[in-house]
Design a protein around this ligand. Sequence first.
Ligand code: ADP
Ligand code: MG
Length: 579
Amino acid sequence: MSKIRILSDQLASRIAAGEIVERPASAVKELLENSLDAGANRIDIQVEGDGTRLIRVIDNGTGMDHDDVLLCLERHATSKLREESELETVSTLGFRGEALPSIASVSRLVILSRLRGAAIGTRAEVQDGILRDVHETGCAYGTIIEVRNLFSNVPARRKFLKSKRTELAHIEEVIRSQSLAYAEISFSLLIDGRTVLDLPATSPEQRMRDAYRCLGTTLLDLQAEGEVIVKGWLILPEESRTAPLRICVNRRPVQDRLLRHAAAEGMQGLLMKGQQPAGVLLLELAPELADINVHPAKREIRFRQANVVCGAVAQAAQDTVQRHQERLRARFFTTPKKEEPRPQKKLVQQVDLPLIQAAEPEPKFQEQISPLFSPPPLSIPEEQTSRLVKQEYGKLRLIGQFAHLYLLCEMEEQLVIIDQHAAHERILYQQLKQNYEQHLASSQSLLFPVTVELGPEQASFLERKEEMLATLGIVVDFFGGSTWLIKALPALVAHLPAQEVLADVLNALLANLPDCIDKLFASLACKSAIKAGNRLQPQEMLALLEEMGSSKLFSHCPHGRPVLKNFSRQEIEKWFKRI
Ligand code: ADP
Ligand code: MG
């Protein structure tokens, strides 16, 4: 006699439930999806306890007639798919026809539904997968689904549930993230009779602000058209705290590491080390380009051309960052009139004097004028002299320097504070990077070449990478034995100790990581930039502002720290209790 038996539907449902209904929040997610697929424009969710006592979802969608109320409890019963071929292009949130029977197999489930236009509704009750009662009933158009005693017949699952707070937080997150892609629909969540979420129909941006309570946060909008439509908002890293990046693909919240990575790549330079991008990413693409049928709970997604999708996201994020810079530029600086090729650098003097190669001790007295700016002060073109007298650049009027670190400026009704080191660091980083990318790194010969001792491994690496070093603006020569000569350095960092620059470069190249060159530039820019504690002359501060105004990216240092911050007059008056 055969040992193999076909499982009863009831047992099969309970097994499937293990994958689909992991915790109360997963039941909420499935019910929410059904209400959205039913075209509801108002969905109210009520929860008691940690969600295992009661979950009730009330919608004003199409509703079901008597037969459908019974059918929807069967496994693989769905109104959303007919042909196999439709699986490729399915655009509803559900399609597997598994959620209701799965939930019903591990709870006491009541469905109350009335089809739009029908005279009467239907009530059905299922206990642990067995239909207990069906009858006609009066109810509003739409559907109410009640799930009680979730997992009461699966003690193992109950044991794996976390604290009430955690389970409720998961439920909230399900509703919030789903609501992002359905701003035109109202959602509410009541927990033990208390309103926790009240999200009226609104614009997508307002929905994000309402759902995540980020009313005053600066949102940088993403927008890209094409095969992949990218919408959404990025939060500036200094305002994001620990907010994650929430992603919806074709109106479905998903977790996707690749997309998060792509957004981070586009925001490069704005994110601090280890910091993740924050905000909301709403993607739309032809359903056949994405496969959501990877996981029973449909949390993960696979893209047919992942590189195209990621490329679109990275590009959109990068454009967003750039637009943000342009907005800030227009706000603080007037755009330069002429599009002349700009001289290589202004802040750091290219002096043809022997360069100091030994690491110098930090200046002891703060009063000491920055060695970067001596000798001679910047030569200021004549048309700028009047500006200098008034001490202004763009819309900023320079007030002075605070703590030998911050430039204080006035603009319209605002006080603008700029971190001189962070600002300069970003400018140098941009220049190093741009020169490198355009093969324009100008190198500066050292009047007295510097000798350096290299181990055999470093020496052979150096030989192999000579061309690469030249692209960076470094010229080295073999001297004899283990001694090498550094003859030229990149002009932008030529005032730094040559051995240190070479060591940085060798370390970066030896690491051979994808972002090693960026890291190298960030490190060189940091060493080379004006330091905290450097007192600046007004013309040097103005030159710094001018450099900022013409740098492609200036709002954050290469490590992601903000460069400038402004306080409105109103804010300041509040401090002084004037308003
Ligand atoms: P799926 O959503 O994958 O089709 P479900 O088990 O979640 O599977 O639901 C089965 C069917 O029940 C759906 O296809 C739909 O026709 C019907 N249904 C479920 N919930 C609702 C609802 N809130 N309003 C109207 N119809 C619903
Ligand atoms: Mg469903």
